[in-house]
Design a protein around this ligand. Structure first.
Ligand SMILES: Nc1ncnc2c1ncn2[C@@H]1O[C@H](COP(=O)(O)OP(=O)(O)OP(=O)(O)O)[C@@H](O)[C@H]1O
Ligand SMILES: [Mg+2]
Length: 304
């Protein structure tokens, strides 16, 4: 009995050591070597094939064929109501496409539920920030980490040493993670009491704590001033390197989109109007007519 207990104990310690190593590795990856589109193998990381979505007669998306390469930052732009958020909702299981497929690393994930999609490796933020407002900043990240941490029922009920050891490792990793986003000093604050820009950063930090391969950002710069947007720009580039991410970003801020994205997809009335590099999109007549032209007139009128 005593020997059995010792064997079990050593086994547990080994598992804990491995979990700890994995978590620390995840948060302390070196910045050596750049992760960009040029590293991409042939297979797209994310792909939609003929994806459509209608809401009682309203065709919000129609025949969307989009390919995201490993390491790529793709922008999605278009007028209000063009279908950008609906597109994200269909990718992440918040909505089921009416037709077509979503493929993640070649696997059909169409219509999978959001927690399944998140576990597979697609994380997202929301146009209207969705944090656990009453929880601390640290706990918002810890909740996301749980997606990849296994506690056995026995560990939880008996609070075995392994349980507290895993807990300690999680807290340590969560604090290191917050540090990357300039939020370490706010760890114990309630999320709802953070300034707006910090809430946006926390939402991204929480999404990344799930350990995704693909990150979808829905208007991450909304409500930010120019200097906050510049910080966000740098942060997204650093995140791609550190976490080996492929990113799709929906944004109305053209300076951010044009400066950050390798390719841009333009949606209009639920259809793809154009796909191309920033310079190609800037000069595309149809895009200027339906979106960019209107935006510059609006900016000129408002004087901003
Ligand atoms: N759950 C829903 N039920 C019914 N209609 C919806 C639903 N979600 C979106 N729509 C409609 O689908 C269209 C696309 O909306 P969506 O929110 O995707 O646009 P968007 O491009 O994200 O716009 P914005 O730039 O304003 O965020 C709109 O006409 C919208 O009213
Ligand atoms: Mg939207």
């Amino acid at each position: 009995m005593c020997i059995l207990a010792q064997v079990l104990n050593s086994g547990l310690e080994l598992v804990l050591l491995l979990i700890r190593r994995e978590l620390i590795d995840l948060y302390q990856q070196s910045d050596n070597g750049s992760y960009t589109m040029t590293d991409s193998p042939a297979q797209p990381v994310l792909q939609t094939q003929g994806m459509s979505k209608s809401f009682r007669g309203l065709q919000a998306l129609q025949d969307i064929n989009l390919t995201l390469h490993p390491g790529e930052i793709m922008g999605v732009i278009g007028p209000n109501g063009a279908g950008k958020t609906t597109f994200f909702n269909c990718l992440t299981g918040y909505l089921r496409p009416s037709a077509g497929k979503v493929l993640f690393k070649g696997r059909d994930i169409t219509g999978q539920h959001p927690p399944v999609v998140a576990r597979l490796g697609i994380a997202r933020t929301f146009q209207n920030i969705r944090l656990f407002g009453a929880l601390s900043v640290l706990d918002n990240v810890r909740v996301a980490q749980q997606l990849r941490t296994q506690f056995s029922l026995i560990e939880v009920l008996t609070t075995l040493p392994s349980f507290s050891c895993k807990e300690r490792a999680l807290v340590e990793a969560a604090r290191a993670h917050l540090d990357l986003f300039g939020l370490a000093d706010d760890a114990d604050r309630e999320a709802m009491n953070l300034p707006y820009g910090a809430q946006r950063r926390l939402e991204i930090a929480r999404a990344l704590a799930t350990g995704p391969d693909v990150l979808l950002l829905d208007e991450p710069a909304a409500g930010m001033n120019a200097s906050e947007t510049d910080t966000l720009h740098q942060m997204i580039l650093q995140m791609r390197e550190r976490f080996k991410l492929s990113i799709i970003m929906v944004e109305h801020d053209m300076r951010l989109i044009m400066g950050l994205c390798e390719r841009i997809t333009v949606l209009n009335y639920g259809r793809v109007l154009a796909v191309g590099k920033p310079d190609e999109i800037r000069q595309n007549e149809a895009v200027i007519e339906s979106y960019l032209g209107k935006r510059s007139k609006k900016t000129a009128k408002s004087g901003s």
